[in-house]
Design a protein around this ligand. Sequence first.
Ligand code: SAM
Length: 318
Amino acid sequence: MGELLSMRSVTDVIIGGESSNGLNEASTMEDISKKLSQALWRIYNRSQRPSPWAYGGNLPWDDPQFSARMLREHLDESHGAASRSSKERALQLNWLWDKLQLQPGGKVLDVTCGPGLYATDLAARGCHVTGVDFGPASIAYARQLAATRQLEDRCQFVEADVRTVDYGGHDFDAALFLYGQSTVFTRAETAALLAMVARSLRPGGKLCVEILNQDRIDKRNNRWWYTDDTGLWGDAPYLHLGERFWYEDEKLVLERFHILHLETGQLDEIQLCDQSYAVAEMEEMMLEAGFTAVSVYPAWDNLALYDLNEWVVYVATR
Ligand SMILES: C[S@@+](CC[C@H](N)C(=O)[O-])C[C@H]1O[C@@H](n2cnc3c(N)ncnc32)[C@H](O)[C@@H]1O
């Protein structure tokens, strides 16, 4: 997925709710108009420079409706916004098989596994895979995919927050943390998560982390807008207003979206934070987390991925 979705957020429903059934059409219209007006004033009075992490900083992946809409994006082969295409995943899986020294029977942890596209392919190669993700529609799809492919005995999917789930007692041979999700957490959360994953690996086990290349991140402030009646933010007409802020001291991007739902007057505010890391900083974090060696592969080691130059891949050995 591109940079947008590699960030996280929280939905703040400022003016909520459907029109109540008892209202006549005129009063309903009046009610919606009032909500729309209030929403516009709320947008007008927004903070000019929001505080990073104030809303958690992640997309509402664990919201059931958002998760269902996001699943459509994961499975859409026409773009790589949420998951890479099957062709690109096949290239990555061959690379991972080699670099993580995977083999049939190996135990693999997939941190933020999404709809299980990597996990089930690794299971098809004979690995035993545990995928963790808090998107309900993605986890349901992953389980169904494993069943359809008759891989249930080699796949386990856990619906949980990767920051708090118990990874103990597995002795994994390898772990994946793909598509930039580690940067949607604060530095402290990422450090803690890396340490937990390190402890879940057997000595010599390997973790692959893919994060955005700090040098390539767009550091310009920016604004945009569009309208739609389907997509990630809803399936009825809405106005999307977006803003992007670069925080030089923190080396962090914050994107703020205001989504105004025209039929109800509901306003959602979502803030995504994306913490970037210099290569040396991430190497040091991994060593401090309990890994003994880190190999760095800029630009996905030149795999033929559409956005390879945006990424740096780390393979850390416990
Ligand atoms: C860009 S998708 C990538 C999914 C998968 N790795 C792939 O490439 O197909 C990011 C995933 O991270 C998950 N995620 C984000 N924050 C999470 C958290 N705190 N706990 C569990 N899952 C999380 C989302 O639900 C989503 O499935």
